[in-house]
Ligand binder design. Structure first.
Ligand SMILES: Cc1cc2nc3c(=O)[nH]c(=O)nc-3n(C[C@H](O)[C@H](O)[C@H](O)COP(=O)(O)OP(=O)(O)OC[C@H]3O[C@@H](n4cnc5c(N)ncnc54)[C@H](O)[C@@H]3O)c2cc1C
Length: 390
């Protein structure tokens, strides 16, 4: 793979930098408010850069893999907030490939503008790794399905306007063959959302229940009982996105800075041979992952879905993210111990440098990365079966 950048590519990188400086300036980066985040997304929308992976005809950029690489890298370095992935990176490619014209016209512009937020209704109690065993039922009656059942661990359901959900429409054959993919308006009567508070004290995930929820058959993607095919393809987009290379590179640069600032008996942590070896090890892994991601992005740029290789990106990407937070804890040492959820509200001044607070938060929140989007064990099963043919 040729990794050199043309003068044109580098000029484009500078254009991205100028755009970021104008629309997400330094002063905002330290502590962006909700309004700042909205303004940033609106600016990307106005510029036509909101959907870097979509084809031009639907409002995407049509960028080459190199241009996407620069966009990811520059926005990660500047700490720009990423858009919610559920609509823009996960559902949109499925709508484009398998939706009908009415569905595309209804949903794609609203995903692009950020006006319609989505969540992903796949997992159920007892059907996480074994997703195809899901039991939420949809019974067809004329132009409607009546949906009953429960989904769990649904990220952002409390903020979402719509949910894309897998439902069972047939229980007679192989479990994968009776699943249908529906788009459901969250304001439909019979839907309730209740929060699940995770150990870090945050509210991200929810239970969603459906009680006699009427969903027009026009909201079905593709064919009835063929939902498993669309669902699996959507997961390859999700897993590619979870690799998070650009953000890990930014976290690595921060870690290096921390290890320069942490000084014991006049010697910085960066000068410690043992810690430097750990940094070198993670940097090499990150470089290897970056090459794999670029290869995948080059495939996607030719109009293909990422394929089961996305499981490799997901495993390595999330393991690296976790390792980076572990090293940040090691670098921050005892200043990382006062965990914000326990110390918030105390009238003592915070101990340690500013980055210490974020260190323990990131460490805790990254524990879930090897579970969501399919656990690492499940990714290994996918690689064994679909990549290695075992
Ligand atoms: C923070 C967070 C956000 C999430 N967001 C969403 C969301 O928005 N939408 C959504 O639909 N889901 C979401 N999920 C659910 C997520 O996809 C599941 O948690 C995940 O697939 C694992 O399923 P489970 O929790 O039922 O665990 P289980 O399937 O019960 O697995 C338990 C353990 O057994 C192992 N295991 C299970 N089967 C096998 C096997 N065949 N071979 C080897 N090991 C196996 C697993 O690796 C795991 O370690 C989220 C989860 C979390 C934690």
């Amino acid at each position: 793979m040729d990794m050199s950048f043309s003068a044109e590519d580098l000029a484009f990188r500078d254009e991205i930098r100028a755009f970021i400086n104008a629309n997400f300036p330094d002063a905002v980066r330290m502590n962006p408010s909700e309004a700042d985040i909205k303004r940033w997304h609106h600016a990307t929308y106005e510029k036509g850069w909101a959907a870097v992976n979509w084809p031009v005809e639907y409002g995407g950029t049509g960028w080459t893999a190199t241009r996407k690489y620069f966009w990811d890298r520059e926005t990660a370095n500047a700490g720009c907030p990423a858009p919610s992935p559920f609509g823009i990176s996960m559902l949109a490619p499925i709508l484009i490939a398998y939706g009908d014209d009415v569905q595309r016209e209804e949903h794609l512009p609203r995903i692009l503008s950020g006006e319609r937020r989505w969540c992903q209704g796949y997992s159920e109690p007892g059907s996480g790794s074994d997703l195809a065993s899901l039991r939420t039922r949809a019974v067809r009656e004329g132009d409607y399905y009546t949906v009953n059942g429960a989904k769990t661990w649904i990220s952002d359901a409390h903020n979402a306007d719509w949910i894309f959900a897998l439902v069972r429409t047939d229980s007679t054959g192989k479990k994968q063959q009776g699943i249908t993919f529906l788009l459901i308006d969250m304001t439909t009567p019979g839907i309730s959302v209740s929060p699940i508070i995770t150990m870090g004290g945050s509210h991200v995930v929810n239970s969603v229940t459906f009680e006699d929820v009427k969903v027009p058959t026009a909201n079905r993607i593709g064919e009835e009982n063929k939902g498993w095919t669309y669902a699996k393809e959507l997961l390859t987009h999700e897993r590619t996105g979870l690799a998070g290379v650009a953000r890990s590179k930014a976290a690595f640069a921060k870690l290096k800075k921390i290890s320069t600032e942490q000084v014991y008996e006049g010697v910085s942590l960066l000068a410690d041979a043992d810690f430097r070896t750990k940094l070198a090890d993670i940097e090499i892994q990150l470089m290897a992952l970056e090459m794999t991601e670029l290869r995948t992005l080059a495939t996607v740029a030719t109009g293909h879905a990422p394929g089961p290789e996305s499981s490799i990106l997901k495993i390595k990407g999330t393991e690296i993210q976790q390792r980076l937070t572990e090293l940040a804890i090691e670098a921050t040492a005892y200043y990382a111990i006062p965990f914000p959820a326990l110390t918030d509200g105390l009238n003592e001044p915070p101990v340690g440098p500013d980055y210490a607070r974020e260190t323990s938060m990131s460490y805790m929140s990254q524990r879930v990365a090897t579970i969501y989007g399919g656990s690492s064990e499940i990714q290994r099963n996918v690689i064994a079966k679909a990549v290695l043919g075992l």
